[in-house]
Design a protein around this ligand. Sequence first.
Ligand code: GLU
Length: 545
Amino acid sequence: MLDLSVINAMFPPDLPEPADWERRFGPRALPDGAEVTRFAPSPTGHLHIGGLYTAAVARALARQSGGVHVLRVEDTDRSRQVAGAAEEFSRLLGAFGLAPDEGGVAGDGAWGPYLQSERREVYLSHVRDLLRRDRAYPCFCGRELLARSAEEQRAGRSPLGYYGRWAPCRTLAPEEAARRLAAGEPYVVRFRCPYEFPGRVRFTDRIRASVTMQDNGNDIVLLKSSEEELPLPTYHFAHVVDDHLMRVTLVVRGEEWLSSTPVHLQLHAALGFEPPSYAHLAPLMKAEGPSRRKLSKRKDPEASVGYYLSAGYPPAAVQHYLRGLANIRLMDVPTAEALAADVRLDGMRPSGPLLDLPKLHSLSREFIASLSPGELYGQLLAWAEEYDPELGSVLARHEDLALAAVATGRPEGAPARKDLERWSCFRDRYGFFFADLFGPAPEPGDDRYGGLPSDRVRAVAAEFATVSPDEWFTRLGEIAGRHGFAPDTASWRRDPDRWAGPPRQVANVVRVALTGATRSPDLVAVAHALGRDEVVRRLTAVAGP
Ligand code: GLU
């Protein structure tokens, strides 16, 4: 084993001891059964829907148990970092109503800082501790040597890593190591894996119950090269120290980390920590024809979280949906209930849930239909100001018209129309109310008039312009008759050849002239929201001079 003085000389003299950190980050005073969970993204790219799903599940498990949910930024891999990514993660989590209780970029909290790059001292204390107990050692192997080992291992179909005959520094004489350190040779610090020939390890995963797999036999790097100005620890080491000192009780993370759990458990044991429980979430899947595949960050636009924001899915609907992916039974209850209900680990399956946008659309439609016109207006405006400024400015200038427009889809005493699944559909379904967005009404020859000859379209539009909307439907039969249409549907059915068309075609002329579409909320309600002048203006524009 290395001499204590040699080890001490590798670190700043005033470096605290692990016990100092234990005192500083003491246990949390929480009720029995409270879970402390964390979301621990690396700021190396964009937040994906899988990350949002993990964060939603981890946060729910903490909140519902009376615990704490922490956001920790795992930024020890300097070379892969993307500027601004950590801030973006915090912003997006907030936008979906998934802000943490503690942590984040500027996060304050007694167990912080929450950026790993600001916790170097904490890690160094623990690296030194492992060296002093011979559970770690300095390794001087250079890049070329390691690359050669990897080549040999691949060729011989041996597992990749630093072990056995490919781990010369594991058995380096302490005097030799001390000499090379004193000579200033670059080194990394490696974990001394407890087994030279590891067997199988068994541990509990809260979703999969008991898991058995090959144990770790690799002397992984704990502290990166001393050539760097301020060497940082690796993810594996940093996160073990942090999970312990942030008093995390339950690690919720993606299944891709399941295979690293054995080495994480070895590190917890070597450091004398009680390990947390683990719940590894299966990846989100996508249906492709009759089969399923993992959602792809590169191929699938819906993998990116930005997609949901710019399309304007209300955050509450997305949260509801994510909880439903975790526990399918939550898909079938109203949003408020689903958001209040517990997410249960024992309701989760080890196979990946299917990301299915039609299901999200239906939840989102329900959610939007449950909003009052005022709530809807507020949420829509907030979205439009950011993602569709032209619509945002129209909505802000015409608040009364917007409220009246939205109210047409929510008639008193009847269920609201479920016609909006995201805010970006608003223009298409309700944009016609606003003169600035409507543009000219379809010309009389347009298909939307159902193939009627132009002169009939003009005549019908002209006549309706002279009738008060309140009388449109009581007088529909009479007006239809005057223009050669059947006065009622029964007459039309009896003798279709006799008429220009059924009476609904007459109503359709008014609908298309006023809304530009063949489907719309109740026409009389639309006419009231538009106001008499605008109704006359639109009808006479179609009627022509
Ligand atoms: N920083 C890791 C990631 O980017 C976190 C893994 C974990 O949660 O332990 O996914």
